[in-house]
Design a protein around this ligand. Structure first.
Ligand SMILES: Cc1cc2nc3c(=O)[nH]c(=O)nc-3n(C[C@H](O)[C@H](O)[C@H](O)COP(=O)(O)OP(=O)(O)OC[C@H]3O[C@@H](n4cnc5c(N)ncnc54)[C@H](O)[C@@H]3O)c2cc1C
Length: 457
């Protein structure tokens, strides 16, 4: 049997190849780095996290937790690697990005069923089962090929990354350690918090509004921002108070020096295992580098900060999934072609891993002639696919996993938990995991035969 082609050795591509191997089939993973890099990747490692080092909340019965719980039940390589690369991060699953990429690279490179080819793919192979997982920074030539195959004119919008600061240059006499509401996975105070009073906040907002942006990559570009990941200067332009209710919100934090809640806060999250660097949470921006140094040194505690990385903006490529994809992530017009990861119209690291896992399993099923069935609708996995394949296609925006995407509870259950949102969410999660276990069988999913055993039933 021919190997399954996986284009892109990022989060989705590596997870897909791993799942194909678990089903006992061969795959070829094509990764263009280091021969050709992207605007955001910095290494030649597989599964490099390009921005934040957080795989979101681990809080039980939250939607991001549910998605991770489902992936863990299905033997996700990347969540396993994340567990081994974990660093403190409040109630979030945060990782040392170098350790994470190394773990995944080692697993892929040493798997005898996976061949890794360092090569830029410019055209989609004919006939073979193929997964396109080339990500938000898909090379121009491949993007043009995808546009041609899908009959789309435009495939992209803009996204951004936050700055990283050298830990040794943070003034620890001003910042304080705390997690919001004291919530943390291991009861430690995981974030460094830079507290603002009103005057400092006003001065910071003025400087931000005056700062100069980097010129657009494409003149007269009207590519829209993604609302869930706006640059901070854009948030500030929407109102002087907006930052205080967004990335700079002080809720759940008390400055031990004043005994009061600060007027606003910038949170710094640990980047690497030795705590040598911190990222400015939610501070993605599109300012010139010199302007970032000037403006961000107005943050209390960062007066002498040195930056390891500046915030940046990048093109983000995705297809208009609802117009093109089936709930099995297959291109409706060409079922041998699957899309996974950000390019399939989801948003986020874990969502990319999730679509990679599903595409890998479903492609393996197709390759052996088994039925290619969507994942169960009550699950977070099935709900992601239902969204990408069934949302309104007129102005499609990629989505993170949220409870909005999961099926609503029936009237009786809603009535039962009317005043208890937590209980409602817990019930949605319980139903999702039950549906997953019914379909896959936990025992089967732990074995290498999981993907195919499920699809043959
Ligand atoms: C700037 C930026 C910041 C982001 N920040 C976050 C964040 O903080 N948190 C979050 O949850 N999500 C973030 N995302 C969104 C998304 O979760 C990540 O981009 C994630 O890595 C997507 O996974 P993926 O597998 O789809 O793509 P990737 O992980 O990017 O993998 C795609 C791979 O394909 C390769 N490739 C591209 N074209 C070709 C080709 N023609 N031939 C061969 N190989 C090719 C690339 O080199 C890359 O290794 C960000 C996205 C961008 C663009």
């Amino acid at each position: 049997m021919d190997p399954i082609h996986v284009i892109g050795g990022g989060l989705a591509g590596c997870e897909a190849a791993w799942q194909i191997a678990r089903a006992g089939l061969r795959s070829t993973v094509y990764e263009m780095r280091p021969l050709r890099s992207t605007q955001a990747h910095q290494t030649d490692r597989l599964a490099e996290l390009v921005c934040s080092n957080s795989l979101k909340s681990e809080q039980e019965n939250s939607a991001p937790w549910l998605l991770k719980a489902e992936l863990r039940r299905l033997g996700s390589l990347l969540l396993d690697a994340a567990q081994r690369a974990r660093v403190p991060g409040g109630h979030a699953l945060t990782v040392d990005r170098a350790v994470f990429a190394e773990e995944v690279s080692r697993a892929i490179e040493s798997n005898p069923l996976i061949e890794l080819r360092r090569q830029e793919v410019e055209s989609i192979p004919h006939g073979a089962v193929t997964i396109i997982a080339s990500g938000p920074l898909t090379s121009d030539r491949l993007a043009a090929e995808i546009a041609r195959i899908t009959g789309s004119e435009r495939l992209f919008f803009y996204d951004s990354i936050s700055p990283i600061v050298d830990a040794d240059t943070i003034d620890m006499s001003i910042v304080f350690r705390a997690s919001r509401y004291g919530k943390s996975l291991d009861a430690s105070a995981d974030y460094l918090n830079c507290p603002f009073d009103k005057k400092q906040y006003e001065r910071f907002v003025d400087a931000l509004l005056e700062a100069q942006n980097v010129p657009a990559h494409i003149p007269d570009d009207r590519t829209p921002f993604f609302e869930a990941c706006l640059p901070i200067e854009e948030i500030a332009r929407r109102g002087r108070e907006t930052l205080r209710f967004g990335p700079m919100k002080p809720v759940g934090l008390t400055d031990p020096r004043t005994g009061r809640r600060p007027y606003a806060v910038v949170q710094l999250r640990q980047e690497d295992a030795r705590a040598g660097s911190y990222n400015l949470v939610g501070f993605q921006n599109h300012l010139r580098f010199g302007e970032q140094t000037r403006v961000f040194r107005l943050i209390p505690g960062l007066e002498n900060a040195e930056f390891f990385r500046y915030g940046q903006m990048h093109r983000n490529t995705y297809i208009n999934a609802p117009a093109l994809l089936a709930p099995t992530l297959q291109l409706r017009a060409r079922p041998g072609l699957f899309f996974a990861g950000q390019i399939s119209g989801v948003e986020g690291y874990v969502e990319s891993i999730a679509t990679g896992l599903m595409a890998g399993r479903l492609a393996a099923a197709l390759a052996v002639g088994a039925e290619v069935r969507p994942f169960p609708r009550p699950t977070a996995l099935g709900s992601l696919c239902a969204y990408v394949s069934g949302a309104d296609s007129t102005n499609y925006q990629p989505a993170n996993i949220t409870f909005d995407l999961l099926p609503a509870l029936d009237e009786r259950t809603l009535e039962r938990f009317r005043h208890d949102k937590r209980a409602r969410h817990a019930e949605v999660c319980r139903r999702a995991l039950e549906a997953l276990d019914d379909s896959v069988g936990q025992v089967v999913s732990q074995t290498g035969a999981g993907a195919l055993a499920w699809h043959r039933r």
